[in-house]
Design a protein around this ligand. Structure first.
Ligand SMILES: *Cc1c(COP(=O)(O)O)cnc(C)c1O
Length: 389
């Protein structure tokens, strides 16, 4: 294996999903919905295939209808104006967008600062680009800050003359943190002061339960330096379709496109037609999705708290990050490896998303993007932890 990939191993999801199957456990590890998105959108994809739309290589930047639907979405939701011909790129999910953005913008030795815990592809993609990852460790909830939050003084201190990119994920997986206006403003000022590019992963933009999602590109001076990434997977509950996108100024899109054309070139032709329709769903759709997930967030959060987990408010995403120390245990990795056998439930140890393993040791992530009856059953199974605590 190439040295730049040393230490990356296989993802925790492979290990934990295999354990789930072997033990017949409920998998609250990996974040994919167990209910598909709107039938009308699935039908649009089927129709596109049967009518011969997108079955052959679609255009490199994405089909025009989808690029236009993406720019209309940015304008309608955030008053962000992008040119559908030069400032949009359709990708194989947000995952490829992240990879292509890093490969297209980072030179070997450039430093990329990202919040840890990281989404699991960030470390690998920074490494494949030859970049150096520099963590800015998120702080767990405290009495005065009862939410996961960034330490912006530490972020400022992490910036050096070699820093090229800030890679920002909000709403944040796995902590559920949503950056607020003041935090975004401070990050924006740092980016401008040090002339940094900001890559933002906004795949949970429509899953915010407290406050609202503010795209970094809407802040003064930020549109010109921000590569905004999102995707249809989480917003439309079709995570297998892998249609993502980048919106950014033409020069930055050109850099991302140059890398992307040699990764997949194009992908998901018929799904691009369906996602173009999905982005035109009425506002009610987004509201119902959010409220449905909010109800399941509350169900899981209250249930886990009753059992004895430390639970703080999840402001957005599919996930609750819990503190296991109130249960009398310290080591999240050992806890998660034993949990399927012990309770028949799979969760993910946050430590795998950290360079600083100690900082993440006591935290464990559960997803709530599952049916209510599945969450109820998982809580029933986890209740034995309360009896033993
Ligand atoms: C799910 C997820 C992605 C990947 O999105 P795809 O469109 O499925 O590739 C990227 N970033 C975060 C934070 C995610 O949770």
């Amino acid at each position: 294996m190439a040295s730049r990939l040393h230490g990356l191993g296989t993802t925790i999801f492979a290990e934990m999903s295999a354990l789930a199957v072997a033990t017949g456990s409920i998998n609250l590890g990996q974040g994919f919905p167990d209910t598909d998105g709107p039938a009308s959108i699935a039908e649009a994809a089927a129709r596109a295939i049967l009518e011969g739309r997108g079955n052959q290589y679609p255009p490199g930047p994405g089909i025009p209808q989808l690029r236009r639907a993406i720019t209309d979405h940015q304008a309608d939701w955030y008053r962000l104006d992008y040119d559908p011909d030069t400032e949009v790129l359709v990708t194989a999910g947000a995952t490829e967008a992240i990879a292509a953005a890093l490969l297209g913008l980072v030179d070997p030795g450039d430093e990329v600062i990202a919040f840890e815990p990281y989404y699991d592809s960030y470390a690998a993609c920074i490494a494949m680009a030859g970049g150096v990852r520099v963590p800015a460790t998120l702080r767990p909830p405290t009495g005065s800050q009862p939410r996961w939050h960034p330490d912006l003084d530490a972020l400022a201190a992490a910036i050096s003359s070699r820093t090229k990119v800030l890679l920002i994920n909000s709403p944040h997986n796995p902590t559920g943190m949503v950056l607020n206006d003041a935090e975004l403003r401070r990050i924006a000022l740092l980016a401008i002061e040090h002339d940094l590019i900001v890559i933002t992963d906004e795949v949970y933009e429509h899953l915010v339960f407290e406050g609202s999602h503010i795209p970094m590109a809407t802040l003064p001076g930020m549109r010109e330096r921000t590569v905004c990434i999102s995707s249809a997977g989480k917003t439309f509950s079709f995570t297998g379709w892998k249609i993502g996108w980048v919106t950014a100024p033409a020069q930055l899109v050109a850099a991302v496109r140059t890398a992307k054309q040699f990764l997949t070139y194009v992908s998901g032709g018929p799904f691009q037609y369906a996602v173009a329709e999905a982005l035109r769903l009425p506002g009610d759709y987004y509201c119902e999705l959010r409220e449905s997930l909010r109800a399941r967030r509350d169900l899981l959060a209250e249930g886990l708290a009753r059992i004895g987990f430390g639970v703080s408010v999840t402001e957005g995403t599919y996930f609750i990050t819990t503190d296991i120390r109130p249960l009398g245990v310290q080591d999240g990795l050992a806890f998660c490896r034993a949990l399927p056998e012990r309770c028949g439930v799979v969760a993910i140890p946050n430590a795998v998303f950290y360079d600083d393993k100690d900082a993440g040791a006591a935290f464990v992530r559960f997803t709530f993007c599952k049916k209510t009856e599945v969450l109820d059953e998982a809580l029933e199974r986890l209740a034995v932890l309360a009896e033993r605590a």
